[in-house]
Write a protein that binds this ligand. Sequence first.
Ligand SMILES: Cc1cc2nc3c(=O)[nH]c(=O)nc-3n(C[C@H](O)[C@H](O)[C@H](O)COP(=O)(O)OP(=O)(O)OC[C@H]3O[C@@H](n4cnc5c(N)ncnc54)[C@H](O)[C@@H]3O)c2cc1C
Length: 514
Amino acid sequence: MLRIKNVKIPVSDINQNESIKNKISKLYGLDIDLFKIYKLSIDARHKPNVFYVYEIDVDINDKKYLKFQDIEQVNDEIYSISTCKKELNKRPIVVGFGPAGLFCSYVLACAGLKPLIFERGKKIEDRVKDVEEFWNNNKLNINSNVQFGEGGAGTFSDGKLNTMIKEKVRQKFVFETFVKFGAPEEILYLNKPHIGTDLLRNVIINMRNEIIKLGGEINYNSTLTDLVIENNKIKKIIVNDSDEYETDNLVLALGHSARDTFKMLNNYLTMIPKPFAVGIRVQHNQGLISKNQYGDAYRYLKPADYKLTYQTKDGRGVYSFCMCPGGFVVNSSSEEGKLCINGMSNHDRGEENANSAIVVTVSPNDFGNNIFDGMKFQQELEEKAFKEGNGLIPISLYKDYKNNSVSSSFGTINPVFKGSYSFANINNIFPKYINESLIEAIEYFDNKIKGFKDEDTIIAAVEARTSSPIRILRNDDLISNIEGIYPCGEGAGYAGGITSAAIDGIKVAEKIVL
Ligand SMILES: Cc1cc2nc3c(=O)[nH]c(=O)nc-3n(C[C@H](O)[C@H](O)[C@H](O)COP(=O)(O)OP(=O)(O)OC[C@H]3O[C@@H](n4cnc5c(N)ncnc54)[C@H](O)[C@@H]3O)c2cc1C
């Protein structure tokens, strides 16, 4: 099998497949019939000339073509789950059924270990109803919401799968597993793959059913409330303050919002505060973003995304986070009297606005060195957001945010939210240095995307849960200071996003299996 790279075809070309074959015939004298797309990205650096850039695999083994720079032999490493060789006296327990817990449980189940899973929230079918009830009637269920429940925080998301970590083999396995359970094939080759919340829910349901078929057991409405440790080794877990379950292997895949649980775990596990970022979420018309990113070629392409970074005059980092093309700004709260937001899109990214968090890095220098000072800082911002919005998402037009005043009506951009909102003075939510950093950055981003600082840009707050404010320490075997306990995923401070959390879950499962 040969892999041919750097095959560039104008995005305006409606016969992409034919043009690929013609290009390869012309470039390499190689006539192909069938090929498989291995990678597909967009090159918009030289607008108006915008290209699809393909890497394709062809079933040819003639070595004479290897003399060409862009042709190589395919030898991809395939991920395989090994069956467990050792006898485990007790079933492994996984707490938390987000991407980390889901993939950890899937690998344990495939290895024949019949994991016991505990999830404080509900199964997706019921969870969706609770989230809709919250968005429509502002009735929050503190254990079944955008953060908590089957599928974890990523369920109501854009389902963006790109990640910064270099884990090619396990990453491919994560994507292939998503496709096996119903995700669109394109995620295997798109440079920036995303599933979309509408499709992701079914994928998670199918994975859950497979884990059950393999002997796994999922307990919903089951909150880990305490641990029983003997001789520095995990003995039991306590669920819902009463039910006891014995195990020698406990995976804690709790996510970044399990604040009550982290406080309990602090009695047993060594953890440290860690930096994160907080800020606002901005909404622009999607057309503005796509035209900026692709020029006139935008009409041939899906809604564009963007990634922006800036360092303020006083050296503070500000960047765009979890950008959602054609999506919604959602109320993602999980605690009474506190309000936070995030972004979500369906697979088609068909909404009229693009939204993204614009966040400022904060560290123990800003909020204190005690383990939970970061968490307290997040909660204080969320309380202020709740108060400033009278329990609804506090929003403002950019011009009024800049003028430290309250908007009274929308301008040229229509609001696209999941959850009710109210005009408020966003400045009252953040410390001065954060407001100043955000405004300084948005003014700068207008150089990158013309119109980014448009007066009518819709601002909402608060984006407070960009990553976990703590890290639970673990050794090279991924075990905490207590034998048999595996801190895992985003909540434990070892992942940031769906794919990296899933990969961390797989790595922990491997430690238990092998
Ligand atoms: C609205 C939104 C949109 C997002 N969009 C994206 C995106 O597009 N792409 C991306 O890569 N990332 C996105 N993220 C981030 C991503 O969802 C997380 O990084 C990822 O879900 C982390 O996975 P995890 O398994 O470590 O934790 P989580 O997904 O947070 O799962 C933890 C699970 O543990 C459960 N739990 C917590 N405490 C207990 C307890 N005591 N007992 C039992 N169960 C417990 C929770 O109910 C939850 O289901 C988004 C997040 C949100 C909130």
